[in-house]
Design a protein around this ligand. Structure first.
Ligand code: C5P
Length: 225
C-alpha cells in the first residue's frame, strides 16, 4: 500500500470470470471482461490500500501497484481470497460460474461416441461473496458486491444485499442492450444499510474511482466515531 486515505488498510478484489472445466479442452464460464474489477483494484491501491486482486482468466493487463493471484475456478478463487484474509475491504466483482461439472472428464470427450450426446451433470459452486460475508472473526469490515439485474433493480438488489450478507451492493441495470457487459460504461445504484444513491452513467474507471472515494469516506467516518 502507498500513501493516501486508505493507507494502512488492506483490500481484496475479485475480478473476471471463472472457468469450470468440462474436460481438458472445454469449460463453462460467464461473460466477463474483468474491466470493472481490475479498475476497482487499481483505484483502491491508488488511494493507498494494500490490495490483492484475485482474478479469473482475462485479457486485461495486471494493474500496477496491486498483488495479483490468478485462478481458474470458483473454488480456487474462494481459496485465494481466504488465503488473503484478514482484510479490511472485500469487493466481489467477479462473474463467478454458479455451477461446475460434477465429474470433470480426464480425457477430451469424443464427439464420435456412437452419436450419443454427452450429458453434463452439474453441482453448485461456492458463493464467494456470501461465504466471506458470514459474521466471524475474519469477516472483512466492509464487504461490497455487485448485482446485475434485468428488472426491479432496487428491490432485487436490496434483497440480494440481505441474502448475501454484504454491506453494499452496486446494482447495475443490464436489461437493455446498453453494452454494459464487456463495454466501457456502467450505470450504478448503490444500496447500503442506510439507503441508496444513484450514480450517473460513467465509464468503469470512473465507477472505480467513485467507489474507492466512497470507501475512503466510510473509513474516515468510522475513525471519527
Ligand atoms: O447471485 P449473483 O451472481 O447475482 O450475485 C452477484 C454478486 O455475487 C457479485 O458480487 C459476484 O461477484 C458475487 N458472487 C460470488 N460468488 C458466486 C456468485 C456470485 O462471489 N458464486
Amino acid at each position: 500500500g502507498g500513501e493516501g486515505p486508505l493507507s494502512g488498510l488492506t483490500a481484496i478484489v475479485t475480478s473476471g470470470p471463472t472457468h469450470e472445466a468440462i474436460d481438458p479442452v472445454r469449460y463453462i464460464a460467464n461473460r466477463s471482461s474483468g474491466r470493472q474489477g481490475h479498475a476497482i483494484a487499481a483505484a483502491l491501491a491508488g488511494l493507498g490500500a494494500n490490495t490483492l486482486l484475485v482474478t479469473g482468466p482475462v485479457s486485461q493487463p495486471d494493474p500496477a501497484g496491486v498483488r495479483v493471484a490468478k485462478v481458474e475456478t470458483a473454488e480456487e478463487m474462494l481459496r485465494a481470497c481466504q488465503e488473503g484474509l484478514p482484510a479490511d475491504i472485500l469487493v466481489c466483482a467477479a462473474a463467478v460460474a454458479d455451477w461446475r461439472v460434477a465429474k470433470t472428464a480426464g480425457q477430451k470427450i469424443k464427439k464420435e461416441d456412437g452419436g450419443k450426446l454427452p450429458v453434463l451433470s452439474l453441482t453448485t459452486n461456492p458463493d464467494i461473496l456470501a461465504t466471506l460475508s458470514k459474521p466471524g472473526r475474519k469477516r472483512p469490515r466492509l464487504v461490497i458486491g455487485f448485482a446485475a439485474e434485468t428488472e426491479n433493480l432496487e428491490a432485487n438488489a436490496r434483497s440480494k444485499r440481505e441474502r448475501k450478507g454484504c454491506d453494499w451492493i452496486l446494482a447495475n441495470d443490464v436489461s437493455d442492450t446498453n453494452g454494459i457487459f464487456g463495454g466501457a460504461e456502467n450505470e450504478i445504484l448503490v444500496i447500503d444499510t442506510a439507503g441508496q444513491e444513484s450514480w450517473p452513467r460513467m465509464d468503469k474507471q470512473a465507477v472505480a474511482q467513485r467507489l474507492a472515494q466512497r470507501v475512503a469516506q466510510h473509513f474516515a467516518n468510522r475513525k471519527k466515531r
